[in-house]
Design a protein around this ligand. Sequence first.
Ligand SMILES: [Zn+2]
Length: 247
Amino acid sequence: MTLTYLIISLIAGSVGSVALAGLLLALNNQKLLIISNYLMYLAGGTLLGAALLGMIPKAILQADVKTVLQWVLIGILFFFILEKIILWRSCGNQECERKTHAAAPLILIGDAFHNAIDGIVIAASFLTSIEMGVFVTISVMLHEIPQELGDFGILISSGLKKKTAFWANIFSGSTALVFGIAAYYTLESIKWLIPYALAFSAASFLYIALADLIPEMHRKTKIKDTLIQIILIIIGVSIIYLMTINH
Ligand SMILES: [Zn+2]
């Protein structure tokens, strides 16, 4: 039963997010940009909430606090280095930003890696409980849709046709399914690994929220944008809080 939920969630979190992003792409650009930004703000809250209210407390119940937090730390350093390698491969030894300079193949490889990790995160959560699986999947979808939209933009501006960009994104998203199912069977047979997998997964969420989404939010400085950001982050955290309250 858990496996069925897991597969549905993996599809929703990866290929489903790409499909929804594709759908948003069909809307007019102004609306698209607004919706994509709002989802990103919400994701900032749900990712922080999922990590700090759901995954880390759950890991601490199952394993030694110190070891769990060490895995969170290792995870954060790992994701920093991973992102650096992706940037470095695309830019070489010069100043540049992923958003503007990374070439299409690199975006897709980076995404494939990222989606594989999202798949593992979803699997580790479902092995902990169905509820955690559900709110982790929601957190993945909320940050994946704006991410995929951004990727579409880069792929199309680097010369790919819309259709090619769509299928390339679907393909790089499918790593979530492969790695998620592999992680499910691995963690199912090596149960003591689950709390550490959760801690590592929480690090991925913290990193995305604090190092990717929040710096992006700080590009907007108007009071109206700031208020919308604060409100949506709080709504995001509250959604997770309500889902974890009876946990
Ligand atoms: Zn993701």
